[in-house]
Design a protein around this ligand. Sequence first.
Ligand SMILES: [Zn+2]
Ligand SMILES: [Zn+2]
Ligand SMILES: [Zn+2]
Length: 325
Amino acid sequence: MQTTSLGRGGWQPGRPVSEWANAGRCGEHQGVVRRRWSSIVVAQFLLLLHNEDALSDSPISRDIAGQLVFLGTGTSHGIPMIGCGCPTCTNSNPKNQRTRCSLLLGLPQGNLLVDTPPDLRTQLLREGIGLVHAVLYTHEHADHLFGLDDLRIFAHYLGHDLPVYCDRSVEARIRTTFDYAFDPATRQYPAGGVPRLAFHPVTGEPLQLLGAEVMPIPLRHGRYHVWGYRFGNVAYCTDTNQIPPESQPLLEGLDVLVLDCLRQRPHATHFSLDEAVETAHRLAPKRTLFTHVCHDLEHEATNATLPPGMELAYDGMRIPLGIEE
Ligand SMILES: [Zn+2]
Ligand SMILES: [Zn+2]
Ligand SMILES: [Zn+2]
């Protein structure tokens, strides 16, 4: 009789379970088939245990200390947009391939992630980033939030819940949308099974975060209130079409302003190109980088029209932060 052990003739790494289950089925005794299926269950259970054990305790991560990395610079559809054949979406220049907006900052005490877009996993892999020490949210829209599940590996690496800084409405959205992460039953899972988050409030007061002071900046995004942030002399203001007068003093004297700029035509919740350029002239940073860009704006053609000191950011772009402990 054919053996059903896992070692010989049973499931083997690299051999699909379906192939093994179907092998030699014709004309065999039913008891053999039954034992094979029970072995499949055992094999899959062992595979799960193996995977659990296989979580590394020492992640490999590129050193980005002192740098700001643009993980994503695209609008909510991402570029290329699904099904679109426009000149930007079909352009071979990688700077026209824009994933949904997020940033990574190499602060003195670790890596700070700003927002968790649906592209988060591929963004971190692309940039060689294996460890995030804290997360900061601008607002609760899906293109900035729905990659949150990929944070679950970091509680395992850190050995504690991942610190998350956000306002009450973002926290409420996270607790509703990712309710499984807060179920007492799933909280019993080992770190890595579900996201394990420790919330810290964003209220408008300066934050002490990973060895740096971070200044929240109130912004308007159509009818929504969102947060921009200032890190030293670099500010990030995505998803906005209005900087309230009381926020403007917080954006003076910047080396770099990262500013929302969706497209040429006006939009209800984002700056148009002309509005973004006018805002940059008014705030007068040394350098302005536009983000949350849609497919109306081809990278090189748009940059050729912009005033000196202004350009479109692109995925993977890095700039110095100028923050030291
Ligand atoms: Zn957005
Ligand atoms: Zn397009
Ligand atoms: Zn938004």
